[in-house]
Design a protein around this ligand. Sequence first.
Ligand code: DSN
Length: 423
Amino acid sequence: MINRTLRQTDPELARILAAELERQKTTLMLIPSENYASRAVMAATGSIFTNKYAEGYPGRRYYNGCEYYDQLEQLAIDRAKRLFGADHVNVQLHTGSQANMAAYWALLKPGDKILAMSVAQGGHLTHGDKVNFSGQLYETHFYGLDPETDRLNYDMVAEQAREVRPRLIIAGASAYPRIIDFQRMREIADEVGAYLMADIAHIVGLVAAEVHPDPVPYCEVVTSTTHKTLRGPRGALIMCKEKWATAIDRAVFPGVQAGPLMQIIAAKAVAFKEAQEFGFREYQRQIVRNAQALANSLLEEGFTLVTGGTDNHLMLVDLRNKGITGRLAADLMEMAGMVVNKNLIPNDPLPPTETSGIRPGTPGLTTRGMKEAEMHQIGKWIARVIHEGHDGQGNPNEKVLAQVRQQVRELCEMFPIYEDLEA
Ligand code: DSN
């Protein structure tokens, strides 16, 4: 929080924080993996729980003085188990990458085969990409999307699984706008004798609210982050079947992590409580309705969407028919106050630093209380920026971008966020 103490102790940082608060208040958050944490989540994150080492688990710590840390971690675990109906939950993971690392550590030996969706088709770096530890430690094979539909084709995944005979199949993606059929993935895994892991970092809130099919009954292990659709602190968790509880806990500590971030675990406990409160399900349903409204607004403007639309919180816009790269589109949109990220589209001819697409999402906009009418308007602003916001040579049209920036600012004022935060 920006407060007098910080201003007095470190005015330089306080200035940066004040500027970032202003940015968050006055711009539209269109990055689907971001959200606005509640004041309660931030209060726990910035609390005295930051002061303690608590290596180990509740009742089995390597440090003294952990009475209240046992209580808070158990509270987080119990709430997460209830929220997701999981046999066992580990809440100590610092990041989604470390959650995946610990899951592989528990399930696999170095050199084992993994079958997952490639980054080029919407998967995640930690699902076996060669530049990541997962691609270096394990033999990785990738399934893609159906070239006709850009959707998962489970028969094609099954065929590949029969050829590869992986030890682990991963279901989950960072840029896939459609429902994932975890039951079908389980059938494929069973047919070839593989474990099934779901990485639900993006859709976790939708899963918790039963707006997306639940992977927990079908997977040995489910990993997730806690700061995206779940709207908690920046962090992660692992859920697993009871049979894997000890292996997962050992893989997390001492396997890949040492001291847990107890202030973040406290904030996770808060987020799990908030996710069980009245309103959370409706929030998740509105995220999807908003994504569909934004998708329709973009379609009306002649944009091409990968798969033609969305079932979840994000959409992938293929910009090739607009003669603009994802990088330039995202940069122009930022100048107009709409913060989105560039993203590869399936079989993208451009590298990840340029890309042919953008990946707008609606969790943050929905947290601000925006609904379908606002999504429709935002779609029109995106279209204006991409159609008129540059001269075709990569140079911004300052006048157009300033006009949209002003309209965005006015919309943000109508749907305020962190209004009462001290600046
Ligand atoms: N950075 C996350 C995302 O934006 O999807 C994945 O790690």
